[in-house]
Write a protein of this length. Structure first.
Length: 318
């Protein structure tokens, strides 16, 4: 069972890491330059990621499977994780780095990895969709807020009210948040999807993950990452170990088992999502810490997720 779980996690995470390595490689051999990479980032952020979230959420039957206790737990654990991330950023971060540290510390691959992970184990991903409802809107609202407030591009001469207004505007007009909102409304109203629309959105959504990972790898500068290893190791420790160690026992105590517990595990302990880098770049940050965090947590999560799976399986909770 251990080897089976190890291979499952490796199959889920190593291809993601290899896509980033591929992006770095094609940049090194000059098939992609910095301008092309920047344009890909914008394209993914403004079109492909919203399409992916709409694709996942618009087809979920929320009325039938709604579990308020589960969704509230996901929201509560996310907010507490953000609090820990903020404290960590204040301790180790400087200026505009803090926004990147906050986002990379709490934000998981809920939409991309969550559904795939749960579906691979149980054959369906209903609880992963509910977990997305409880976490992804918070992920994006908090990320936009943290990145906008700490952005090196913001006008330092403006007052707090102007900064707050600009932050609110960034949240309301964020393409990812709009994709979530439209997907949820579509599902709740049970609007039918013509085959033409469904296939078109699926094509766009399926491009989001590989393109974002290639752009991330192409944008990564090893020289700029020097000196960021201690900070990034701290992010990985929070993301992959601490949050799981704190919140998984609480989830078990509350009676969550099986598919719900796996969805919670993905929410707490999966790698920092590649869309963090896209968002950081689009809100004026360098993205160095974010890119390093995505690469490191993706590599290490193959082993930490396997460890958590093995523990939960051994204890009979999944």
């Amino acid at each position: 069972m251990f080897l089976k779980n190890l291979m499952f996690s490796l199959n889920a995470t190593v291809p993601v890491f290899l896509m980033m390595v591929f992006g770095w490689f094609v940049h090194r051999i000059k098939l992609l330059d910095d301008n092309a990479t920047s344009q890909i980032n914008k394209f993914v952020f403004r079109t492909l990621l919203p399409a992916l979230l709409f694709m996942d959420l618009s087809t979920a039957d929320f009325r039938r499977v709604w579990d308020g206790k589960f969704v509230l737990f996901c929201m509560g654990a996310t907010l507490l994780s953000v609090g820990v991330a903020v404290v960590y950023s204040l301790i180790v971060g400087k200026g505009c780095e803090r926004g990147e540290i906050i986002q990379a510390s709490y934000r998981s691959s809920a939409a991309v990895l969550g559904i795939a992970f749960v579906n691979n184990i149980y054959g369906h991903s209903t609880m992963a969709a509910l977990m997305i409802v409880g976490t992804v809107p918070l992920y994006n609202v908090i990320a936009v807020t943290a990145l906008a407030v700490t952005s090196p591009d913001k006008d330092k001469s403006r007052g707090k009210s102007a900064v707050a207004l600009n932050t609110l505007k960034s949240i309301v007009t964020n393409p990812i948040i709009l994709g979530i909102a439209v997907g949820m409304i579509w599902s709740l109203l049970k609007i039918p999807q013509p085959v033409i629309l469904s296939k078109s959105v699926t094509y766009l959504g399926n491009m989001a993950t590989p393109l974002s990972l290639i752009a991330l790898g192409a944008s990564f500068k090893f020289g700029e990452a020097k000196g960021k290893l201690p900070v990034t190791l701290g992010i990985a420790a929070l993301k992959l170990v601490m949050f799981c160690a704190v919140f998984l026992p609480v989830a078990v105590k509350l009676g969550f088992r099986g598919e719900k517990l796996i969805a919670i595990l993905v929410m707490l302990g999966s790698a920092t999502t590649g869309s963090c880098f896209v968002m950081a770049k689009n809100l004026g940050h360098k993205g160095t810490i974010t890119a390093f965090a995505v690469m490191l947590t993706t590599l290490l999560s193959a082993f930490t997720l396997t460890g958590w799976l093995f523990v939960l399986k051994t204890l009979g909770y999944i």
